[in-house]
Design a protein around this ligand. Structure first.
Ligand code: SF4
Ligand code: SF4
Length: 61
Protein backbone atom coordinates (compact mmCIF):
# COMPACT_ATOMS: atom_id res chain seq x y z
CA UNK A 1 0.00 0.00 0.00
CA UNK A 2 1.02 3.56 -0.60
CA UNK A 3 0.48 6.70 1.42
CA UNK A 4 0.64 9.96 -0.54
CA UNK A 5 0.97 13.10 1.51
CA UNK A 6 0.65 16.79 0.64
CA UNK A 7 2.72 19.40 2.42
CA UNK A 8 0.27 22.10 3.38
CA UNK A 9 3.14 24.56 3.56
CA UNK A 10 4.27 23.90 -0.02
CA UNK A 11 0.94 23.28 -1.78
CA UNK A 12 -0.34 26.22 -3.85
CA UNK A 13 -3.69 24.61 -4.72
CA UNK A 14 -2.99 24.41 -8.45
CA UNK A 15 -5.10 21.26 -8.84
CA UNK A 16 -2.62 19.45 -11.12
CA UNK A 17 -2.49 16.40 -8.85
CA UNK A 18 -6.26 16.14 -8.87
CA UNK A 19 -6.31 16.20 -12.67
CA UNK A 20 -3.53 13.64 -13.14
CA UNK A 21 -4.35 11.01 -10.52
CA UNK A 22 -5.91 7.99 -12.24
CA UNK A 23 -7.71 6.81 -9.11
CA UNK A 24 -9.03 10.12 -7.73
CA UNK A 25 -6.99 10.08 -4.56
CA UNK A 26 -7.05 13.87 -4.19
CA UNK A 27 -10.00 16.15 -3.60
CA UNK A 28 -10.60 19.74 -2.61
CA UNK A 29 -12.07 20.15 0.83
CA UNK A 30 -12.67 23.58 2.31
CA UNK A 31 -10.53 25.12 -0.47
CA UNK A 32 -7.54 22.88 0.28
CA UNK A 33 -6.24 19.98 -1.79
CA UNK A 34 -6.25 16.92 0.43
CA UNK A 35 -5.44 13.21 0.24
CA UNK A 36 -9.04 12.04 0.44
CA UNK A 37 -8.75 8.41 -0.68
CA UNK A 38 -5.23 7.14 0.11
CA UNK A 39 -6.29 3.49 -0.07
CA UNK A 40 -6.93 3.95 -3.81
CA UNK A 41 -3.33 5.00 -4.55
CA UNK A 42 -1.54 2.63 -6.94
CA UNK A 43 1.88 4.26 -6.54
CA UNK A 44 2.19 5.52 -10.12
CA UNK A 45 4.02 8.71 -8.97
CA UNK A 46 2.24 10.85 -11.58
CA UNK A 47 1.22 13.33 -8.91
CA UNK A 48 4.83 13.73 -7.81
CA UNK A 49 5.93 14.35 -11.40
CA UNK A 50 3.26 16.95 -12.06
CA UNK A 51 3.36 18.94 -8.81
CA UNK A 52 5.17 22.24 -9.49
CA UNK A 53 5.83 22.83 -5.79
CA UNK A 54 7.33 19.42 -4.91
CA UNK A 55 4.61 19.26 -2.27
CA UNK A 56 3.76 15.57 -2.59
CA UNK A 57 5.60 12.67 -1.01
CA UNK A 58 4.79 9.00 -1.40
CA UNK A 59 5.60 6.36 1.20
CA UNK A 60 5.15 2.63 0.87
CA UNK A 61 3.40 1.31 3.96
S1 SF4 B 1 0.94 8.01 -6.95
FE1 SF4 B 1 -0.53 7.91 -8.69
S2 SF4 B 1 -2.32 6.87 -7.82
FE2 SF4 B 1 -1.10 7.58 -6.10
S3 SF4 B 1 -1.93 9.56 -5.55
FE3 SF4 B 1 -0.24 9.94 -6.98
S4 SF4 B 1 -1.18 10.03 -9.02
FE4 SF4 B 1 -2.68 9.08 -7.60
S1 SF4 C 1 -0.04 19.57 -7.71
FE1 SF4 C 1 1.08 20.13 -5.84
S2 SF4 C 1 0.76 22.33 -5.58
FE2 SF4 C 1 -0.77 21.58 -7.03
S3 SF4 C 1 -2.59 21.14 -5.76
FE3 SF4 C 1 -1.41 19.23 -5.96
S4 SF4 C 1 -0.04 19.21 -4.16
FE4 SF4 C 1 -0.80 21.29 -4.38
Amino acid sequence: MYMPRISTKKCKQCGECIDVCPTDVFEVEEEKTVVANPADCIGCESCISVCPEEAITLDEI
